[in-house]
Unconditional design. Structure first.
Lengths: 202, 202
């Protein structure tokens, strides 16, 4: 179809169900590739290098920042997270659509570089549900939960800049909606002007 | 969700499969209402007044034009076709999403009045397939076919102004794509600013 690939960015507060939805969408849409982020944080049990993240040293990450390679990056709780612009541009140039999973600041930086990208903000059904989900995470103590709720407040102030908003009050519905947004974006006329020209000339 | 309904307009050259797809989408999405057009042409066998079209006299139609009631209208092969703006605005005001089936000139007029609307252009897989489909219609003789192919040429020059382009090379895929475009548009952030505000305030 259109030559260039496009980026689909999913953000949302922790506890909104972002990872679950990302996994499902990527399973359902094999022509969509996950853009693996770089991070300096330690792998959690079960996480694989090159699949969940590219786990790199702080020195390595900072060298990439200096080289201008990072499309977006941020320090969260003392760890660096980011996306390599080099990898993204190469994939898009090959016609590959990319799915990115970034926080609101990363999305903001990406939106400047990829203004035609699709930016989806995932909202939990309510603040109460979100709080319960965060407290339910056995890995986090109360002060971490509070820190994350503060973060939620901040992330919500950025939601209005996204192109789309999906409410995760029902997982199947939310997955279907994210997939619909991707499918619809692929049908945007501006992506098929060449096809139109060819049809007219035929 | 958002208070106002929105309009979804499907256009495409005759023989692209517009009616088939419209019927399927309206069956699958019961919360989408078909905006019934007015026409002065005679009903074809099986067509029902108020369902397929509002069949009205030429005098009636022209009185509505004079009264400024028509959102768009056009004369095609000696018959008037159009959409009542009064009916559309009333439905949207009640939060009802509307599905419209208009030709390219109608869509152009609607786009001026409803700039946030979604405009989908349906393309047949190729000019050859289109020509075969038109010749296959037992109701039309060769000169009508030629007249319609001329019309196709004209309609294609307008396709680039649509927001989305769907190729009907596979009916199931085309239906799914039109439905995805509708679902995705319903998730546009600008339609949910109130929801975001409420969440932030909670």
């Amino acid at each position: 179809m259109s030559g260039e690939g496009q980026i689909f960015v999913l953000s949302g507060p922790p506890g909104a169900g972002k990872s679950t939805i990302a996994t499902r969408v990527l399973q359902d849409m094999p022509d969509l590739a996950y853009s693996v982020s770089l991070t300096t944080r330690q792998p959690r049990p079960g996480e694989q290098d090159g699949v969940d993240y590219h786990f790199v040293s702080r020195e390595d990450f900072q060298a990439r920042i200096t080289a201008g390679e990072m499309a977006e990056y941020e320090e969260i709780f003392g760890n660096l997270y980011g996306t390599s612009e080099k990898i993204v541009r190469r994939a898009l140039g090959q016609g590959q659509d990319l799915f990115l999973d970034t926080d609101v600041n990363g999305a903001e930086q990406l939106q400047k570089r990829f203004p035609d990208g699709v930016f989806i903000f995932l909202l939990p059904p309510s603040r109460k549900v979100l709080e319960d989900r965060l407290r339910g995470r056995a890995t986090e103590d109360e002060s971490q939960v509070r820190q994350r709720l503060e973060r939620v407040r901040y992330e919500l102030t950025k939601a209005k800049n996204y192109t789309h908003l999906v409410v995760n009050d029902n997982l199947e519905k939310a997955v279907a909606e994210v997939e619909a947004i991707i499918t619809a974006s692929r049908r945007r006329t501006q992506r098929h002007l060449k096809l139109l020209e060819e049809f007219q000339a035929s």
